[in-house]
Each structure stands twice: as structure tokens, then as C-alpha cells.
Ligand binder design. Sequence first.
Ligand code: 26V
Length: 822
Amino acid sequence: ETTQEPPSSPVTVSSFADEFVRQLRYEQGVDLNFATKDNLYQALAGTVRGFMIDNWLATLRTQQATESKIVAYLSAEYLLGPQLENALLATGLESLARGALTSLGLDLDDLEGIEIEPGLGNGGLGRLAACFIDSLATLNIPAVGYGIRYEYGIFRQTFVDGRQAEQPDTWLSKGSPWEFPHPDMAVEVGFGGYTEQVTDETGGSRTRWVPSESVSAVPYNYMVPGYGTHNVNTLRLWSAKATNAFDLQIFNSGDYEAAVRAQTVAENISKVLYPEDSTPQGKELRLKQQYFFVAASITDFITRLLPDDFALTNLPDRVTFQLNDTHPVIAIPELMRILVDERGLDWDVAWDVTRASFNYTCHTLLPEALEVWSVELLGRLLPRHLEIIYRINEQFLAGVRAAFPGDELRARRMSIVQEQPERAVRMAFLATVASSKVNGVAALHSELLRDKVLNDFSGLWPEKFTNVTNGVTPRRFIKLSNPGLSELIDAAIGTGWVNDLERLRELEPFAEDASFRAAFRTVKAENKKRFVDLLATRDGIELSSDALFDVMVKRLHEYKRQMLKVLHVITTYDRVLKGELRAADLTPRVVTFGAKAAPGYRMAKEIIALINAVAKVVNTAPELEGRLRIAFPANYNVTLAEKLIPAADLSEQISLAGKEASGTGNMKFALNGALTIGTLDGANVEIYDLVGADNFFLFGLTEPEVQDISDAGYRPGSYYEANASLRGAIDLIASGAFSGGDRTTFQMIVSDLLDKDRFMVLADYQAYIEAQDKVDVAYADQEAWSRAAILNVARSGFFSSDRSIRDYLDRIWHASPVPVVK
Ligand code: 26V
């Protein structure tokens, strides 16, 4: 086992303080008297960053010297969350830093509080990438994360009259102390133009792409420190900059404005993160982003991480490129282009190298979320890549036809290029054909991928398909976010669990220990107070912490069914109004929502408006005597999650079975001692199996049942007609009870539920209400509840992202740890 020691010892409180003051003076240009809070934060960040650099450089040196295989994680998103606390944890400098600041009359928590997190992702997929690079570093795996340094991350959500309004996320307005810009390592990326045949040195013919424009990709390096190791990996995010050559060309033609315009166009590429995470819009700029970052990354890897004379036929010995969903899939034809056109490899040799170098992770099942790019757009932006894709497809379909003679329907189904409704490239198919392994992100999801979405492909290549269940980093989501629980665990079983999360099993006997249960409840109560205090200052929301904390936080999507949660709240209210339930008998509940809607997703925005409208009524209804409250803080992000999750009693994971690929919030809640109310969807299935039926509130249709109902023709109206309580809740919305008597306000929601209800909210309503009634009963027995909560913690060690990474290593990457030599 590795132990924690400060990397650059000996560090003392006073040497830390000296370095901090030096940073303030010589990097910020101020002294303690003139420093703003931002100056202080930047100086602190600079100080902590300084203590990681030697290890980082040693890591790079070791990786070069050992010629080890490197995991190159390609992801359009990294939802990193706050950096300072994580750097302090990794360096082991937290208490020194705290002491040093105190000696200067400053407060660490105060400075941590002003950090703006880099929100370079939409939700689960981006946060997973952040957890994975943490685990890769902790496990001493040589790895580099490649992505995009968006100038504006995920939008800041505000509510105006209860409706979502988006504000730009200006996270870089004061600079970021965590990045190292490297204009010296910029890479040129081309777009547009044409292809031509040229004669090479040997007299043979080659294709050459002649782009019509080019952009410079400037890397920004971030250190990714492991925990309990000297290993510090690199996250390399690319920023677009207009090239001088390009500027000059237009400039010299005398058209100054055109030159400036061209610069803007070029630099727009990394300007903003697209906030859609379900329905691809086929936007040109998005394809440009994708090609921009993977082209820069592949060139960077080949030219800078490998020796100059490296024979690219051996590429798969030195790298595995992991495709985080289809967003980086254009890397496949890009590598083929480099190998064939630029390095002169034979097509078939290049194809073998490419297939051995790529692996693909799929993160969805919703057909509308599968990316396709129109041939028209691809041909215009990346003409050579389109030719390569056609040739890959031709060869692939020849193989399909050979395996299934006469089955033209199958060939059409499997074609990488679809003809209807428009001619377009199916990126998931391209990824599947060109990868060694394809994985889903939870057991159920991988099964459905294999047996439904990609069934034709798994028939052809059964061994290509595998599962790696997602995980979350215990560093950020237990140790940092839940210090109270962490100390309790340390005291019970020692500190080794942070790097070996299965050891949480050793907590099981403590579930039977009344004093441990009491201490566990105390921690939960303190976490609730901390969260209540935060909401008071952050949002002006006043809550009592003496209640069941019922939490649903995730992107707003119909399939996730925030609507079902709303119907539960309304039903409780309606029962009290109708005298079926006495307010005095209600278990006091605080229902907390956190959710951003894609700006163009109308229904999602209506549901947000409805939640806020219901909150307004319920929170002030005298009939409820304050025993049912909704809190909907705006702008849910990683920073808020870290405060909210440790405070939760009940975790809402209520998607329609077969729709949520995995979920990762579900894991964070279980690890922090919340009980789940959930369907058999995504990783809920595995949580349920591990924690046991007694410690999980299971309800709802199973995936095969959903399929059957859907095949038979789902009629939501029949559930409405048959269920008085459901009718009561929906009628209350329709009557205008939450819209000042206006019956039109939420008509879109009501009519959708009654006639379409794509995600079967009405079909699962009764089962959900009954499960929630069981929650109330269970919560009344606090000893039994605590016991179940502790067992959730003890049995969820499987969900460490360290385990996920080990699974990737064993099943897909076949790379090995390389401890840093200092
Ligand atoms: C999808 C798209 C579709 C095209 C337009 C742009 C865009 C941007 C992001 C995404 C990501 C959607 C996929 C996603 O986030 N999936 C989530 O992945 C989590 C990590 O595996 C998993 O836990 C969630 O269940 C799954 O919804």
C-alpha cells in the first residue's frame, strides 16, 4: 500500500505561508494589504499547484522512459468540479494550508467558497470522465485525457418567474490558476477544401487532402493528481486560435474587417459547450468542435508522446484511444488518413492498426440521442474523411454480405451510411465497426445494447461486446464532500477504504451497533444543517433540517421522470386537501430538485416551470402545516452536489426501465447513506442486488414489461380513468391550481401525459405512490432506517471508479500501472 506524504517535503506552516505571500507579491502583484479575495484565492491555488509540479514532471519522465502503454481518453466533456479542495487532498496539504492562512488572518473555507468550478460538461457523461481521470491517476496508470477548453461551460441557470433562463458561464473571467497554456505546442487543424491524387517518393499514388482553412489548436494542461501516490497525470484541453498565416493572407488583401471576422470564426470553435445532451442537432460548429479536438489530440499523441522514429504499425502497443460516446468518433477516419495518406501505410495494415487502437463506450439507449452526421455536411467540412468512411463501409458491407448472402435488408440495416430520412453517417455504427471492444455502462445497459440497439453487430462479433459498470471517485464524493462520514468510517475500519472501496464491507457489523447508528445519524443531521445553511445564503431558501430529505438531482429529461416525483408531491397535497390524510400525520419532507433543461427542450422547460409553481403553492399552503416543502435551487452543479448528496435520506432514481444507461448520482447517494427509491433501470439494478431488497424501495415496470405494454399499444388515458388519486393530481394541475387559476399554463404537460406519455409516468404512478408510502413508514423507525442506510454504504464499494478502471484495464485496455520513479 502507498502512503500519503507531501510531495515536496519538508513543508511547514511557515514555509507554506511564505510561499503564499511570495505568490501574492510576485505572481499577483499585490501584498496582503491590497489583495482582493480573488488575489488570495489565486495565490493559494498557485501555491498548492506548485507542490504538484515536480511529481507531474516526474510522471511524464517515467512514462517516456518506460515506453509504457498509455490510455488516451477522448472526451468532449469533463465536468471537473472545484479544483482547490481536490488538490489539497491529493497533496496532503490541507491542514498546513489552513494553518498557514490562519496565521495570516485568513480562512481556507472562505477562499474555497469563491472558486468557480470548470463546468465543461453537461451531466453524467462529463462527470464520469472526471471520475475516470482521477482513478487512472490514483491507480498509477499512464493516461492522458484529451478534450476541449470551452471558454463558456454549461450555462448558468436562473429562474425568472419560475421559468428557466440561461446565463453564460464565464468561468474564465478571472483566469484559471489550474491551467498551463502551451502556445508553443499548438497543432494545426484543417477544414474544408478538396482531395487530390499525388505521386509519392516511391512513384506510387496517394490521396492528399488540401484543406481550405486551418485553425490552430492550443493545448492547456491541467494536472490530475492521484491520491496516495506520486503519480500526476495530464488533462490536455484544446483551445482554438486563428492561425497567423490565415490572418495574414486576408489581411494582405486589404480587407481588414474580413481578417478580424475570420479570426472570430476560427476562435468560435472552442467558444461554448453545447448544452444539449439528448437530441443531436447536426450543427456544423459541433462537428467542427469534434474534429478539432480529436485531430489535435491524435497528432499530439503521435508526434509528442511517441519517439520521432516510432513505427506506427506498433501504435496499439503504446496507446489505447477510448471513445467517450460518439462525440470523438471522427478520430477513426482521422487516424486512417494519417496512416494512409501521410505515412504511406497500406490501407489494410492501417485498418488493422486503427481497429486495434480504438475502443468505444456507448452511454445511451435513446434512439434520438444517437449521433448521425449528414453526408452533405461531412463532405463539405471533411471531404477526405468522408471518402475514408465510404471505403470502410464498403469493405464492411462486403463482409456482411459474405456472411449473410442474399440478406440485403440486413446490409441496409447495418450500413454505416443511412439513406433515410437523409444520407448520413451513423457514428455509433462507425465506432462499433472500427473498435476492438464496445461497452455499455451498466449490466442492463450492455445487455440491451448487445441484444437490441447493436444486435446485428453482436451477432457478427459476439466477443467485441462487453460491460463496464460506471463508478464514482470516493475521493471527491465521500472523502471531500462528506468529512463527517469519512471520519466515522476511519474510526471504525481505518483509512484504507479511500483507495480500496470494497473495504466498506467491514462496516456491515456496525449496522448492528446502536452507538455507531447514533453517530451516523448525527453526521447526517450535521450534513443537513450544513446544506440548509448553504441554501439560505446561496438561494435565500429557508428550510428546516428536521425532515426527511428527499432528493432528485439530474438533468431534466422526460425519461428520467421528474414528472412522477411532482405527481407524488401533488398527490400528498391533494390527499390532505381532501381530508384523506391529516397534516399532523405527514412525515415532514423536504423535496429537493436540481435540474438544468437543454435551452431548446420545450417540455423540459415546462416541467421546470411546473415544479416551481407547485413549490410556490405547497410551500405556503396552510393545510400542510409546513410538513411538505419543495426546494429547487437554481444552477445545480458539482459544487452544490458535494453539499447536497451527503445530506440526503432518500435518493430518487425513477427513470422508466430501459432508458437510463447507468446513472452515477444513484451511486453517490448510496455511498453517502441515502436509501434509493428506484426502478430496475441502469445501475439501479446492481445497487439493488448489492444492498438487498430490504434496503431499497423498488417499484415499477421492468424493461420487458415496458416492451410488452409498448408493443400492445400504451394508452395512458386508461390509467387516468382507472385511478382516482392519479386523476386528482392531474386534474389539480389542469384546473389551474398551480397557475393562479389559469387552465392553459400547463396544458402542454397535461395533454402530453394523457395522450402520449412516452415514458409511462401514468403506468408507474400507483406503484410509485405505494413505494413512497412505505418510505414514510420506514422513516418512522429511525433505528431501522439508519441500519439500512449504513448497509447501503457498506455494500456499495463496488461503485468506486477505481473498480471501473480496473475493469477497463482487464477487459479492454490491457495497460499496466507504472509507479513514478522520482
Ligand atoms: C449526448 C449528446 C447527443 C448529441 C448532442 C450532444 C450530446 C452531448 C452529450 C450527450 C451525452 C448523452 C449521453 C449521456 O450523458 N449519457 C449518460 O452517461 C452517463 C455516464 O455513462 C450515464 O450514467 C447516464 O445514464 C447516461 O444518460
